[in-house]
Write a protein that binds this ligand. Sequence first.
Ligand code: SAM
Length: 191
Amino acid sequence: MRRICLPVLPLLLFSSAACLFGQSGLSPYAHSLAPYVPSPQNIVDRMLEMANLKPGETLYDLGCGDGRVLITAVQKYHVHAVGVELSDKVYKRALDKIATYGLQNQIKVIHGDLLDVDLSSADVVTIYLMRTSNESLRPRLEKLLKPGARVISHDYAVPGWKPAQVEETDSDSHPHTVYLYIMPPTKANKS
Ligand SMILES: C[S@@+](CC[C@H](N)C(=O)[O-])C[C@H]1O[C@@H](n2cnc3c(N)ncnc32)[C@H](O)[C@@H]1O
């Protein structure tokens, strides 16, 4: 009996984890890349202006918080918007807020890890993470984004990339920086 049970135990543990992963959509290895700190609305507005969105384009907000970037993008620019949010509580908050605006059919929110998401359909990616998180995300952006896609980062640069534009804007007397990057024709976007 013992010979059978010992190898079975890790298998059972693994399959329980896989089962949980399957149910929630979250990888057991997902971890937080930034705390929940919403961008002030005037910074959201500036980020989206710098993104130069056109109707029908697709925007991803990676770590979408309460969905304010997605909601503003859909309302002002008539784009398709996709958010990714790890936190259960914040994910539900985003769904509630999107429903309040009646935008459930125009905005999709993925409850998952932003490092797992396919970004190949994105024209614009917005992020408000941390410098080290941007560093972890960078190889996926370089691999998956199409040439000409724009990446807008609030407050934290993407290490190793050269911004096309950097803007300093105040909100409630606090300075904020917005970085615009444009993916080059080739995959090498390093400075
Ligand atoms: C600083 S907030 C930005 C929220 C929103 N993008 C905005 O600008 O208002 C970062 C968000 O990323 C989420 N987050 C952190 N790590 C994540 C991960 N690995 N995958 C998806 N979301 C994540 C946090 O829960 C939080 O809501």
